[in-house]
Design a protein around this ligand. Structure first.
Ligand code: PDD
Length: 283
């Protein structure tokens, strides 16, 4: 595998990152994951803008010569993934400096990226998945795509151990989002999803999904979903770069609706796939 590190493409086993790197010591950095559909970087501009917003919030200077899309495309090309289903991961940490909490005076950020092939979760898309609810133990800036993901990791592990696909994080009685996806339910034929705030990541798939709802005439309410109301949901779904639109058919021990992916979810799933195909066609 060829990775990118600080301006260079090189074999992964030749990559050298200092143990003083603040990404390693403090999880002091931000990241992005972009889906590449046979070389087409899905919503690259939105991912770049969110990356910039995360870096700005963390007060990490973005290297001036960093070209987000060119870097993603370079990673795909160097790994023979330019015509494949793939994801690209980019991360920038504050850089390497002797351990001290406050920012070092002068430090160059560490830029790291890799691309990996990706297999669509077609069986899960067809059958739907189970999720569990887990207390949200994250901080109050979940809108920053920070590499500090320990609460997400722990929640996701609980999901794995429960035989579930995702953990839905509940804060103050509200089901906000998944450990690596956004979450929505259908109640009374209306898609309900947590509004943008500092308690969720402004997911790009969520944004596209809500746009598709509007195009399809499906009403949306961006309103906090109470955990206690989940039993009233007739459908549920996840939105995310790796999930696209993923039907949820079970929440904890309770079936959602009749336990099959619901009709609005199916419509959105198809619309999302069609939209991806159109983006690929347009190049
Ligand atoms: N995660 N919420 C959280 C907490 C996430 O980590 C993600 C993405 C999303 C969905 O955002 P988007 O639609 O822009 O992918 C929501 C990525 C895929 C990850 O950490 O691997």
């Amino acid at each position: 595998m060829i990775i990118h590190l600080n301006g260079q493409f090189l074999p992964k086993d030749q990559a050298r990152i200092s143990p003083d790197d603040r990404g390693f010591l403090f999880a002091d950095g931000a990241y992005e994951v972009v889906r590449a559909y046979r070389g087409h970087l899905f919503r690259a501009r939105e991912h770049r803008e969110r990356f910039d917003a995360s870096l700005k919030a963390l007060r990490i200077a973005r290297p001036a010569d960093l070209d987000f899309s060119a870097l993603c495309t370079g990673l795909l090309q160097h790994n023979q993934l330019a015509d494949a289903e793939a994801t690209v991961y980019l991360q920038i940490s504050r850089g390497a400096a002797p351990r001290k909490h406050a920012f070092p005076a002068e430090v160059a950020p560490t830029v790291y990226g890799f691309a990996a092939s990706f297999a669509n979760p077609v069986e899960k898309w067809a059958a739907g998945v189970k999720v569990i609810t887990v207390p949200d133990q994250r901080w109050a800036r979940c809108d920053i795509k920070s590499i500090s993901l320990l609460p997400n990791v722990l929640a996701n592990q609980l999901a794995q151990e429960a035989g579930a696909h995702e953990a839905v994080l509940v804060r103050d009685g509200f089901a906000l989002e998944g450990s690596l996806s956004n979450f929505a339910v259908v109640m009374d034929e209306v898609v309900h999803t947590a509004p943008r705030s500092n308690y969720i990541l402004p997911g790009i798939t969520r944004l596209v999904g809500l746009g598709l709802c509007s195009a399809l005439g499906i009403p949306v309410k961006e309103f906090p979903v109470a955990e206690a109301d989940l039993k009233c949901a007739t459908e549920a779904m996840l939105f995310g770069t790796t999930n696209e639109v993923m039907p949820v058919v079970q929440i904890n021990d309770r079936k959602v609706g009749d336990g099959q992916p619901g009709p609005l979810t199916r419509k959105l799933q198809q619309a999302f796939r069609d939209y991806v195909a159109e983006c690929q066609r347009r190049g």
